[in-house]
Design a protein around this ligand. Sequence first.
Ligand SMILES: O=C(CO)[C@H](O)[C@H](O)COP(=O)(O)O
Length: 225
Amino acid sequence: MTQDELKQAVARAAIEYVVDGEIIGVGTGSTANFFIDELARIKDRIKGTVASSEATAARLRGHGIEVFDLNDVPSIAVYIDGADEINAAGAMIKGGGAALTREKIVASVSKQFVCIADGSKLVEVLGKFALPVEVLPMARNAVMRKLAELGGQPRLRTKPGTDEAFITDNGGELIDVAGLQITDPVALETRINQIVGVVAVGLFAQRGANVCLLGTSEGVKKLTF
Ligand SMILES: O=C(CO)[C@H](O)[C@H](O)COP(=O)(O)O
């Protein structure tokens, strides 16, 4: 099976976690896009969605699925999203698709987090995938110096093919930190959150996944945490 077929399989399997009559939080990225396409088939069963990025909101609306502003929503039954890496405890690195801050906010108000990922995302130790950190632009270099002190190699994310900083949906910039061996994800998340100028770090450990649907050549495996 191709990686896309594995992503499609977990997206389909995630429909089981959609709660009828409720608002569903929807992630960002290629796996989340497959999920949105599956959700479109059963859109009449849900009240609506909250999106974790402008791209996700546009895809949901394109399917005729209602997208609510999070400020108008008291709670979210389930949040369904992909990951760049996930470990055996349900801690994740996210933000390869640049949406980590809104993803973290939507996940934080959701009762359940269902991670959907192809099997290559399951790792023993997080950190091979460079850890994304969203920063306020004026704090970029100050935050990069602090991140270097943690032992990683921080690098500003740029718009493809240019030297210009990539700008997120929130007007922030992204620093990708390579070379980290994240043996204590909760401690590192706490430490990076304390750096002034950081908007959010793409470590989802304090609020990790409750369930991971992992696409493998033997079928969809379910991990619960
Ligand atoms: O965190 C994310 C976006 O900010 C994505 O969930 C992550 O990058 C995985 O993406 P994909 O499903 O395309 O592999």
